[in-house]
Design a protein around this ligand. Structure first.
Ligand SMILES: Cc1cc2nc3c(=O)[nH]c(=O)nc-3n(C[C@H](O)[C@H](O)[C@H](O)COP(=O)(O)OP(=O)(O)OC[C@H]3O[C@@H](n4cnc5c(N)ncnc54)[C@H](O)[C@@H]3O)c2cc1C
Length: 466
C-alpha cells in the first residue's frame, strides 16, 4: 500500500514519537469542533523543523498522499477534519518562541505555539497581542493565521492580516517561502504572504510567523445596556462611534440568549427584565482620562433616552460578570439540544433589515426551532444559531438545517454579505461558496491553488472541489 511505503520513508527522518499510528488516537486528531464529518485519518506526523515539514510534503507529492495541516483543532468549519485516510500533519511540536523585538514591537514564533501562551509571553514583556478567543487555550498561531481568525477586539485593532508581518510556509509543491521577515516596508511586487492568511491549509503549511504587537490597553470601563429593539442597537452603535474612543468591543445578544444563559447557568437577568424582544449590548472602552469620576459621561447622557437601563463598571470582577452573559451563550446553546451554528456578516447599513428577514424565515419555515442571535456586531458580524430538542431525528435535523443554510445564504447574497465572517469555509460551507464569491473569483482561487499545490496534496476538498 502507498501509505505503508510513505510511512516507511518518513520514519527514515522522523523519530518513533513523531509518528502516531494508533487508531483511536489518530481519530482524535481527525476532527475539529464540527460534528458533521466522519473522522478517518491514517497517520499523524509531528515534524519538529521546517525541513522535516518540507520532506513530508515532497514525499506526499511523490506518493500522491493528501495531507491535512492540523493546529489546535478548534475550528468550526471542518478545515482540520481528516475523513478520507489523509495524513495529518500536526504542528504541535513546533512550538518555540524564536525572537522578541521590542523596537518594532514584534514576536517571531513557530506555528504550533498555543495562542494563549503567546499572549501571556508578550504581556510579561509589557506588550499585547490583541487576538483572543474562547478557544485561545487550545488554538495555535498557525491555525489562527490559516483561518484568519477574528474575535471581539477587531473593532479596536483591525483584522489579523494587518498584524502578520512575516511568514514562513512550505507550499503544497514543497518549496520553503519566507515572506518579509521583520520588514515593515516592502513594496517589491505582489504581497504573496496575504494569500496564505485565511487559506485554511490549502496552499501551504505555515511553519513560522512574525506578529506585530502593541502596548497593553489602558484600564477599561464596560457598559452593559438593555435596549427595546434592534433599531436602538444601531442607534447605540452610532452614538458610540461619536462619543467613545477607543472602543475595545461592541458585542450584542438578544433576549433568547439572555434567557437561556440565565436558565442554564442559574443566573439572574441583571436588569430584572422578563419580557422578550429586548437586545443587550456590551461595550468596553479604554479610559483615556483617569481623572473623570465617570468616564464617558457624555455617552451615558446620549444613550440614556433610548435605553431601558444601563449598568457600568470599571471593576474587573464586575466586568467579568457582565461578560459571562455573552461568553456563555455558545455553550448554553450547545448543551440544550440539537443546535446549528452560522457565523455571517452583512454591511452595517442593511443589518436591521437582515435581522428582520432572518426572524421572519425562522417563524414561517422553522417553527420547531428557537433562534439565537448574538455576535461582534461592531464588525457587522452576527452569529445565527438554531436550537431544537433531541426529539427531532438526526437525519431530519440535518435535512432541515441544509435547507435553512440555503435560505440564509440566499438572504446573505441579496444583502451582499459573507456566508462566513470568521470561521472559514472548510468542508462545511464549500457548496455555498458561490453565495459570497463570483464564478470568476472562484476560478482565480482554483488557479492560485494549482500554482502552489499542483498535485492537490494540501487539504484537498476544503474551500472548494477541483
Ligand atoms: C469556544 C470557541 C470560540 C471560538 N471563538 C472564535 C472567535 O471569536 N473568532 C474566530 O475567528 N474563531 C473562533 N473560534 C474558531 C477557532 O478557534 C479559530 O478558527 C482558530 O483560529 C482555529 O485555530 P486552530 O489552531 O484550532 O486551527 P485548526 O482547527 O486546527 O485548523 C483550522 C484550519 O487551519 C488549517 N491549519 C491549521 N494550522 C495550520 C498551519 N500551521 N498551516 C496551514 N494551515 C493550518 C487547518 O488545516 C484548517 O483548515 C472559536 C472556537 C471555539 C471552540
Amino acid at each position: 500500500m502507498q501509505i505503508d511505503l510513505f510511512v516507511k520513508e518518513v520514519s527514515d527522518f522522523l523519530d518513533k514519537n513523531q509518528i502516531l499510528l494508533e487508531e483511536d488516537e489518530v481519530i482524535s486528531y481527525s476532527i475539529d469542533r464540527t460534528k458533521d464529518f466522519e473522522p478517518k485519518g491514517s497517520v499523524v506526523l509531528f515534524p519538529k523543523t521546517t525541513e522535516e515539514v518540507q520532506k513530508i510534503v515532497l514525499l506526499a507529492n511523490q506518493y500522491h498522499i493528501p495531507i491535512v495541516p492540523s493546529g489546535g483543532r478548534t475550528g468550526y468549519s471542518g478545515g482540520a477534519v481528516a475523513s478520507n485516510n489523509e495524513v495529518i500533519l500536526s504542528l504541535s511540536k513546533m512550538n518555540q518562541i524564536l525572537d522578541f523585538d521590542s523596537s518594532l514591537p514584534a514576536i517571531t514564533c513557530e506555528a504550533g505555539v498555543i495562542t494563549k501562551q503567546l499572549q501571556e509571553y508578550v504581556i510579561e514583556k509589557g506588550f499585547y497581542f490583541p487576538f483572543d478567543f474562547a478557544s485561545s487555550y487550545s488554538s495555535q498561531i498557525g491555525g489562527n493565521i490559516a483561518t484568519h481568525a477574528g474575535g471581539i477586539r477587531v473593532i479596536r485593532y483591525g483584522l489579523l492580516r494587518n498584524w502578520v508581518l512575516g511568514l514562513e510556509v512550505v507550499t503544497g509543491k514543497g518549496d520553503i517561502l519566507t515572506f518579509s521577515g521583520k520588514l515593515i516596508k516592502n513594496n517589491t511586487g505582489y504581497d504573496l504572504k496575504q494569500l496564505f492568511i485565511g487559506s485554511e491549509g490549502t496552499l501551504g503549511i505555515i511553519t513560522k510567523a512574525t506578529l506585530l504587537l502593541t502596548k497593553k490597553p489602558e484600564d477599561s470601563i464596560v457598559f452593559f445596556i438593555a435596549l427595546e429593539n434592534f433599531n436602538h442597537v444601531i442607534e447605540c452603535l452610532k452614538i458610540v462611534r461619536k462619543s467613545i474612543q477607543p472602543i475595545l468591543c461592541f458585542e450584542v445578544f438578544d433576549s433568547s440568549c439572555m434567557n437561556l444563559v440565565c436558565n442554564k447557568h442559574n443566573l439572574n437577568n441583571p436588569f430584572n427584565i422578563n419580557r422578550n424582544n429586548v437586545w443587550y449590548v456590551l461595550i468596553e472602552a479604554e479610559i483615556q482620562n483617569e481623572k473623570e469620576e465617570i468616564p464617558y459621561s457624555e455617552f451615558i447622557e446620549l444613550i440614556y433616552p433610548i435605553s431601558i437601563d444601563i449598568l457600568y463598571s470599571t471593576k474587573d470582577s464586575v466586568k467579568k460578570g457582565f461578560f459571562r452573559y455573552r461568553e456563555d451563550i455558545s455553550e448554553a446553546v450547545a448543551m440544550s439540544g440539537r443546535f446549528h451554528k452560522n457565523d455571517v456578516a452583512v454591511p452595517m447599513d442593511v443589518m436591521e433589515s437582515f435581522i428582520k428577514d432572518v426572524r421572519k424565515i425562522v417563524i414561517e419555515k422553522y417553527k420547531e426551532y428557537q433562534l439565537f442571535l448574538f455576535g461582534h456586531l461592531g464588525d457587522g458580524n452576527i452569529h445565527v444559531n438554531l436550537l431544537t430538542s433531541y426529539d427531532k431525528g438526526k437525519e431530519e435535523f440535518k435535512k432541515e438545517m441544509a435547507q435553512f443554510d440555503f435560505d440564509l445564504y440566499t438572504l446573505i447574497k441579496k444583502y451582499k454579505g459573507s456566508i462566513s465572517a470568521e470561521h472559514g469555509i472548510g468542508l462545511l460551507k464549500k457548496s455555498y461558496l458561490s453565495f459570497s464569491r463570483s464564478k470568476e473569483e472562484i476560478e482565480y482561487m482554483k488557479q492560485i491553488k494549482n500554482i502552489f499545490d499542483p498535485n492537490h496534496i494540501l487539504n484537498p476538498g476544503k474551500i472548494f472541489d477541483l
